[in-house]
Design a protein around this ligand. Structure first.
Ligand code: NAD
Ligand code: DAU
Length: 354
């Protein structure tokens, strides 16, 4: 079996669901269930004996040690993190705690477990660390996309905390020989994406008749990948990735934020038109920019394609259509995640933006 951390979040829950669509191998899912963790994403696994859910913190080395000793997984896939840049600006403490200290404690527990394994199990073991392209910083318009050798230049408390975790993972390989692989992926989108992030927020706000808040001039560029393609890349790296290596994951889909919002509006105009027949574009408002906002991310995904034969299955056009449809078909999921806490966050983040 494998241990997945953060498997009740956006990417983690998609990963767990996709894992069982491809494999009979069991998963222990360790998740703290912060505001971003949602067991409703995994209701189809409720009576599935292959899925063992444990509520807990990756920073709780004693708990992690117990889980490892009891279940003896052959791999750990570490998704658990605080993931939202705007929240890291309002309150960086949790990011330092989970992304840095939590990853450190997790690595220590895994190192202790791995050191005690028999030779064959030891060499087959993997620690796959899921990271982000944001560690590489911001690109100018004409700079080449991020390759695995790009210098780290994180600009937000979130990306700095992820960069620190990447360095710890690397150090555990070089110093202790822990068999690690790290992935750095671009922006994901798809089902179960928490509506604090750009794409789901725009869909949810549009349908609720609310404004669509575009930061600054909306010309910041992100490189978008459908979440299930990220999951297939992680499975490939877990199976075939070389120890100690880093793989950048992306779909060659650079888009300006405003274009993303226009695309979402056009799909909603087609699939769920406003009662007054006007376009959802009418709801777009330009608001105060994010402090330290990175201008452009782009992933050079040639290494994973060349060395591991991985390519995304979705284009942006097919993936975004599936995503908008998913939100239209799952409005119950959306209203369940819009709890009091969610409303407080929206108030805090957007009230001060002119
Ligand atoms: P998310 O915020 O949706 O989910 C994070 C999950 O981790 C939640 O279920 C949460 O409860 C859990 N968690 C948080 N702190 C924990 C702790 N201390 N112990 C155990 N569980 C904890 O995040 P996501 O978007 O699914 O991202 C998952 C991973 O992928 C993160 O490491 C993130 O940095 C990375 N990543 C995300 C993207 C993206 O576009 N979303 C892109 C590249 C990389
Ligand atoms: O690049 C990978 C990263 O992508 C991940 O590591 C992060 O976990 C993930 O949250 C995401 O970070 P971003 O900051 O790029 O995603 P977000 O959805 O918050 O914002 C995308 C872009 O949209 C960004 O340029 C800011 C802008 N934006 C965002 C929100 C929430 C807006 O213009 N308006 C908004 O209301």
């Amino acid at each position: 079996m494998i241990l997945v951390t953060g498997g009740a979040g956006f990417i983690g829950s998609n990963f767990v669901l996709d894992w069982f669509a491809q494999s009979e191998e069991s998963v222990i899912n360790l998740d703290k269930l912060t505001y971003a963790g949602n067991l409703e994403n995994l209701t189809t696994l409720k009576n599935d004996p292959r899925h063992i859910f444990v509520q807990g913190d990756i920073g709780d080395a004693e708990l992690v040690g117990k889980i490892l000793a009891e279940h003896r997984p052959r791999a750990v896939v570490n998704f658990a993190a605080e993931s939202h840049v705007d929240r890291s600006i309002h309150g960086p403490g949790e990011f330092i705690q989970t992304n840095i200290v939590g990853t450190f404690n997790l690595l220590e527990a895994v190192r202790a477990y791995w050191s005690g394994l028999a030779i064959a199990e030891k060499s087959g073991f993997r620690f796959l660390h899921v990271s982000t392209d944001e560690v590489y910083g911001s690109l100018a318009k004409d700079e080449p996309a991020f390759s695995e050798t790009k210098r780290y230049e994180p600009n937000s408390p979130y990306s700095a905390s992820k960069a620190a975790s990447d360095h710890l993972v690397r150090a555990y390989h070089h110093t202790y020989g822990l068999p690690v692989v790290t992935t750095n992926c671009s922006n994901n989108y798809g089902p179960y994406h928490f509506p604090e992030k750009l794409i789901p927020l725009m869909i949810v706000n549009a349908l609720a008749g609310k404004s669509l808040p575009v930061y600054g001039d909306g010309q910041q560029i992100r490189d978008w990948l459908y979440v299930k393609d990220h999951c297939s890349a992680i499975r490939r790296v877990l199976a075939k990735g070389k120890l100690g290596e880093v793989y950048n994951i992306g779909g060659w889909n650079e888009k300006a934020n405003l274009d993303i919002v226009h695309t979402v509006c056009a799909l909603l105009d087609e699939l769920s038109p406003r009662s007054d027949k006007k376009s959802y574009r009418e709801q777009i408002t330009f608001v105060t920019d994010r402090p330290g906002h990175d201008r452009r991310y782009a992933i050079d995904a040639r290494k994973i394609e060349r060395e591991l034969g991985w390519k995304p299955a979705e284009t942006f056009e097919t993936g975004i259509r599936k995503t908008v449809r998913w939100y239209l078909d799952n409005q119950g999921w959306v209203s369940n995640v819009q709890s009091g806490d969610y409303r407080k966050w929206v108030e805090k983040n957007y009230a001060s933006r002119a």
